[in-house]
Design a protein around this ligand. Structure first.
Ligand code: BJW
Ligand code: ZN
Length: 246
């Protein structure tokens, strides 16, 4: 695979690299994306499942959807794209992963600095007292569980539509975006805000921004370079090239 000189130059001189990732990076691990033909939402409207109102109206239905997805995620393994990102750490002073994914695969791959903007599917918390629980504590429960401490409803620790992103995580992600020299935007449709501001923040702070996706997205017109193809194929190619230029 040939890469433009401008990109190789940016990589050669970079000190800090940011990966902004979405569901597409986990597609090759067998975790479905949200939108599109094979997406999780082909049969649902997002607001039927990914809002607090949907959960309060029908907790068991939403709980069941998350238990189904936990089953998929637990069987999945980090793929060549997640692992390539970990390898990048050998070549740069700082490698930060800002992910919209809740699947934990960047952590399981071994990435050291991961900011999870939309939470983590392996955690739950109580709506009444806020106590956090590992998802495994209520394993195989068909019904939305109640908090052993206070009796409140327990929900997945993910960010639903209309909810604020964790402020400290967003702040750290924005700082990383301001400081990075190269920003990769991998496997995201880039339509969900405020997460989708991150690559714009990187660009406006002077970073070289490279998109990796199987198709054009809302962000494509703003990328310095678009690499079309699967993340699990393209990122290992970039890594091979990196070994030549660094
Ligand atoms: C491959 C590939 C391969 C496939 N290789 N590529 C500004 C403008 C407009 C709207 C808003 C705005 N600000 C806020 C909003 C409203 C809303 C929003 O953004 N709506 C838009 C959709 C219209 N945002 C919110 O509500 C957010 N909260 C908020 O703003 O709060 C305000 C507030 C402030 C203070 C107090 C209170 C409130 C919250 C958003 C939360 C999103 N949550 C979800 C669910 C998480 C839990 C769960 O997993 O169930 O997060 S929605 C869903 O979308 C999930 C994802 O993280 C997110 C992004 O999806 P992603 O990752 O991009 O996936 P896909 O499927 O869309 O794309 C996959 C891509 O991969 C595609 O491009 C493929 O081509 C590609 N691909 N295979 C490379 N092998
Ligand atoms: Zn409680």
């Amino acid at each position: 695979m040939e890469f433009p000189a401008e990109f190789l130059n940016a990589l050669k001189n970079a000190e800090s690299v940011l990966f902004f990732t979405g569901a597409g990076i986990s597609a090759e691990s067998g975790v479905p994306t949200f939108r599109g033909k094979e997406g999780l939402w082909k049969n649902y409207r997002p607001e039927e499942l990914a809002t607090l109102n949907a959960f309060l109206e029908n907790p068991d239905r939403v709980w069941e959807w998350y238990e189904f997805r936990r089953g998929i995620v637990r069987k999945a393994k980090p793929n060549a794209a997640h692992l390539a990102i970990v390898e990048f750490e050998k070549y740069f002073r700082e490698v930060v992963v800002v992910t919209q994914n809740v699947d934990d695969l960047h952590n399981r791959a071994g990435s050291r600095e991961v900011y999870e903007l939309h939470g983590n599917i392996e955690k739950n918390f109580c709506l009444r007292c806020g106590k956090r629980y590992d998802a495994k504590e209520f394993n195989d429960s068909e019904h939305a569980p109640h908090c052993p401490g206070c009796g409140g409803l327990v929900r997945p620790a993910v960010v639903w539509f209309g909810e604020a992103l964790p402020a400290d995580v967003m702040k750290s992600a924005e700082e990383a975006a301001k400081q990075c020299d190269v920003c990769f935007v991998v496997g995201t449709s880039a339509v969900v805000y405020p997460a989708a501001y991150i690559p714009f923040k990187a660009k406006s702070s002077g970073a070289f921004v490279v998109e990796v996706n199987i198709q054009p997205t809302e962000f494509t017109p703003y990328a310095n370079l678009s690499l079309t193809g699967k993340a699990g194929e393209i990122l290992p190619e970039v890594l091979r090239k990196l070994k030549e230029v660094r």
